[in-house]
Design a protein around this ligand. Structure first.
Ligand code: NAP
Length: 286
C-alpha cells in the first residue's frame, strides 16, 4: 500500500477481530503502522488473534479487549475499558457480525442478530464519539453487506417475534448498519470525524458456519469461489487509511468504490426513526 496510507501512531479499535475479515483488517492496519486494539469475546481466540497480528507486523503495538457484543452491559464495559486505555481514537471499525438460523434472545431481551450487528455498534460508537472527536481526523467504518437489499424492516416487529427468517433478520441488521452510517454522518457534518459503510465481498471466513440447514450448505458449496479474508478486508483497510476518502462521509462502498445502496438505505426518515428507536433501546441520550 502507498506510503501516504501510513497510519503510524493511529489508534484503531476493531470489533470481531478474532477471525475472518476483522483479523485480516487488524493485520493490515498494524502493517501500516497503526496500533490496533482488538475486540474479541473469547479469551483464547482473542489472545491467538493478538499473536497473529504481532507475527504479521513485528514490532507493532497490539492490544485487546474482551466483550460480548450481544450484551449492552458488556458494550458499556468495553467503552469504559477503551477510555481507560486511550484518550484518543483515530479509527473505529464496527466489523463483528453474525447470522443465526433460529431466533435467540440476548440477556437484554433483544433478538440476538439485531443486538449484535446493530445495537452494539450503535451504542459503542456513541459511547466513544468524544474519543473520536479528540483525534485530528477520525474515521468510523461500519461493515455492512449487500444482504441489506433483502431487508424488510418492520418497526412493529423489530425483535422478529412474529416470524423469524434468519437471512431476512440478518439483512435487516445490515440495512440498519447503513442507515446508522447515514444518520451518524449527518450528525458528524462539520466535524473531523467521518463515517462510511461497506460490503466486503463474498468472503471465505467463519461466517454462517455455525448455522444449520441450507445456509451452511450454500456457504460450503460456494467456498471455492469466495474471496480470501485478506481480500475481504481491503475495503475496510482502504476506508481506514486512504487519503482519497479523508473527507468522504455517509457513503456505502464495495471494492473501494462508492456505490448506491438500496432505496431503503437512502431513506432519511427511516434512518432518523431507526436512530431514535435504537437510542431508546440502548439508553443513548440524543
Ligand atoms: N463473509 C462474508 O461473505 C461477508 C459478506 C458480507 C458482510 N460480511 C460482514 O463482515 C463482518 C465480518 O464477518 P466475517 O465474514 O469475518 O465472519 P466471521 O469470520 O464469523 O467473524 C465474525 C467476528 O464477529 C465476532 N462476533 C460475533 N458475535 C460476537 C459477539 N456476540 N461478541 C463479540 N464478537 C462477536 C466473532 O467472534 P468469535 O470468534 O468469538 O465468534 C468474529 O470475530 C460481519 O459484520 C459480516 O456481516 C461478511
Amino acid at each position: 500500500m502507498a506510503e501516504q496510507n501510513r497510519l503510524d501512531g493511529k489508534v484503531c479499535l476493531i470489533t470481531g477481530a478474532t477471525g475472518g475479515i476483522g483479523l485480516e483488517t487488524a493485520k493490515a492496519l498494524a502493517r501500516l503502522g497503526a496500533t490496533p486494539l482488538l475486540v474479541g469475546r473469547d479469551p483464547g481466540r482473542t489472545q491467538a488473534a493478538v499473536a497473529a497480528v504481532r507475527e504479521a507486523a513485528p514490532g507493532a503495538t497490539v492490544e485487546s479487549f474482551l466483550a460480548d457484543l450481544a450484551s449492552l452491559q458488556s458494550v458499556r464495559e468495553l467503552a469504559a475499558a477503551v477510555r481507560a486505555r486511550t484518550a484518543r481514537l483515530d479509527v473505529l471499525i464496527n466489523n463483528a457480525g453474525l447470522i443465526i438460523d433460529r431466533r435467540q434472545v440476548t440477556v437484554d431481551g433483544f433478538e440476538a442478530t439485531l443486538a449484535t450487528n446493530h445495537l452494539a455498534p450503535f451504542l459503542l460508537t456513541n459511547l466513544l464519539l468524544d474519543l473520536l472527536r479528540a483525534s485530528p481526523s477520525a474515521r468510523i467504518i461500519n461493515v455492512s453487506s449487500q444482504g441489506h437489499r433483502l431487508a424488510r424492516l418492520d418497526f412493529n416487529d423489530l425483535q422478529s417475534e412474529r416470524g423469524y427468517d434468519g437471512i431476512r433478520v440478518y439483512g435487516n441488521s445490515k440495512l440498519a448498519n447503513i442507515l446508522f452510517t447515514h444518520a451518524l454522518a449527518k450528525r458528524l457534518k462539520g466535524s473531523r470525524v467521518t463515517t462510511n459503510a461497506l460490503h466486503p465481498g463474498v468472503v471465505r471466513t467463519g461466517f454462517g458456519l455455525n448455522s444449520q440447514g441450507i445456509f451452511k450448505h450454500l456457504i460450503k458449496l460456494g467456498a471455492p469461489f469466495m474471496l480470501s479474508a485478506e481480500r475481504g478486508a481491503r475495503t475496510s483497510v482502504y476506508l481506514a487509511s486512504s487519503p482519497e476518502v479523508a473527507d468522504v462521509s455517509g457513503q456505502y462502498f464495495i471494492k473501494c468504490r462508492p456505490v448506491k445502496p438500496s432505496s431503503a438505505a437512502r431513506d432519511d426518515a427511516l434512518a432518523e426513526r431507526l436512530w431514535q428507536v435504537s437510542a431508546q433501546l440502548t439508553g443513548v441520550q440524543t
